[in-house]
Design a protein around this ligand. Structure first.
Ligand code: ADP
Ligand code: NA
Length: 343
């Protein structure tokens, strides 16, 4: 079989928030114990939509600081940014030539992100899933932690890997570059770690907590200090009922469910246990406990980010070292890919 390796990444397009933390980063931190991990800051994906260059540079360092402050250890895992490893762009072109237009036309995220003015979307936005396939295949990653919104893209990655393995089967065999019957590229598996946690907006429990929400009170950013965290939780939308003592009582109460879920996620206990503790009580008391918990868990992350960001050279050094480590895996794979293709 293939050597087990995890690849994942986030776009440096804005400050990371509690949804990114509970939905992705905490899982990444846990995976470091069991897997070799490659964590990327996907700056090439970011420019598929317009980014101010100075903001982008700042956001690359900020996302890197968030990874580290959340517990990704650069001594255990590789942390780097995409544009520093040339194989991403090189393999993306080959993926573009393997992928079929029909496959790309089915990608739902492009339709959402391009909106109504599709003619004016960048070609990069359209090709985004093919670059994502290249990101994963460049490291022969076997496991990819994905949110619901990225599942279709991972399916496409598997289709591209499979078509490459089939199209070039004779060359792969002749060069002795296959892994048994499995081909050259592994078909990466989606990885759902623990209870996949979807964090909703603090202003509207039916909408995902998102960087693109116009309301600052809809999300807790990882850079928020204790005061900001407390204010946002106090202002969070609730309903007039008391907290139920059983999970069933959260049905049809998305805001209540979300706050209970956040408490569970931050404390690492089940929702049912949270309700055993707070059921029957009013939101004011529960919110006070949630403020304490969130400040205890999140304020140190913001503090560590501030400390890291005060020394941008140190962050750049970590990214530089990570890029060298990533390239040490990617470059030999890329040389083999070129050989297979006939370059
Ligand atoms: P990108 O455009 O880089 O994918 P996102 O912010 O959409 O940025 O997502 C980054 C990661 O954070 C993904 O793994 C996604 O599933 C996760 N994520 C984003 N928002 C939430 C949320 N509200 N709840 C849970 N996970 C989330
Ligand atoms: Na996303």
């Amino acid at each position: 079989g293939f050597h087990q390796r995890v690849f994942s990444g986030m776009q440096p397009t804005s400050t990371l928030h509690l949804g990114n933390y509970l939905g992705a980063l905490t899982n990444w931190v846990a995976m470091q114990k069991t897997h070799e991990c490659v964590f990327c800051v996907v700056d090439m994906h970011a420019i598929t939509m317009w980014q101010d260059p100075a903001d982008l540079k700042r956001a690359i360092r900020e996302v890197t600081a968030a990874y580290i402050a959340a517990g990704i250890d650069p001594k255990k895992s590789i942390i780097f940014n995409q544009s520093q490893v040339p194989g991403h762009a090189e393999l993306a072109w080959i993926c573009n030539c393997v992928a079929r237009l029909g496959w790309m036309n089915r990608m739902t995220q492009f339709k959402e992100k391009a909106g109504k003015d599709r003619e004016n979307a960048s070609l990069g936005l359209y090709a985004y899933p093919s670059l994502m396939a290249a990101d994963i295949l460049l490291y022969k990653a076997t496991h990819v932690p994905v949110g619901e919104d990225q599942k279709q893209h991972l399916e496409l990655t598997r289709d591209i890997a499979q078509k490459f393995n089939n199209d070039f089967a004779p060359q792969i065999a002749e060069l002795g570059l296959g892994t048994g019957e499995l081909g050259f590229f592994p078909l990466p598996e989606p990885m759902i770690m623990g209870p996949a946690q979807r964090v909703m907006s603090l202003r509207d429990g039916t909408k995902k907590m998102s960087k693109s929400d116009a309301s600052d009170y809809s999300r807790i950013n990882l850079t928020d200090d204790a005061d900001a965290i407390a204010q946002k939780i106090r202002k969070a939308k609730t309903d007039p009922e008391a907290l139920p003592s059983e999970a069933k009582g959260l049905e049809g109460r998305p805001e209540a469910e979300n706050l209970v879920g956040i408490y569970a996620g931050l404390s690492g206990i089940a929702k049912a246990e949270v309700l055993q503790q707070f059921g029957g009580g009013q939101f004011s008391g529960f919110k006070a406990a949630l403020v304490d918990l969130a400040v205890e868990k999140l304020a140190p992350i913001a503090g560590e980010m501030r400390r890291l960001l005060a020394e941008p050279k140190h962050i750049d050094a970590i990214l530089g070292e990570g890029a060298a480590q990533a390239d040490a895996i990617a470059a030999p794979i890329m040389r083999e890919v070129k050989d297979i293709v006939g370059f």
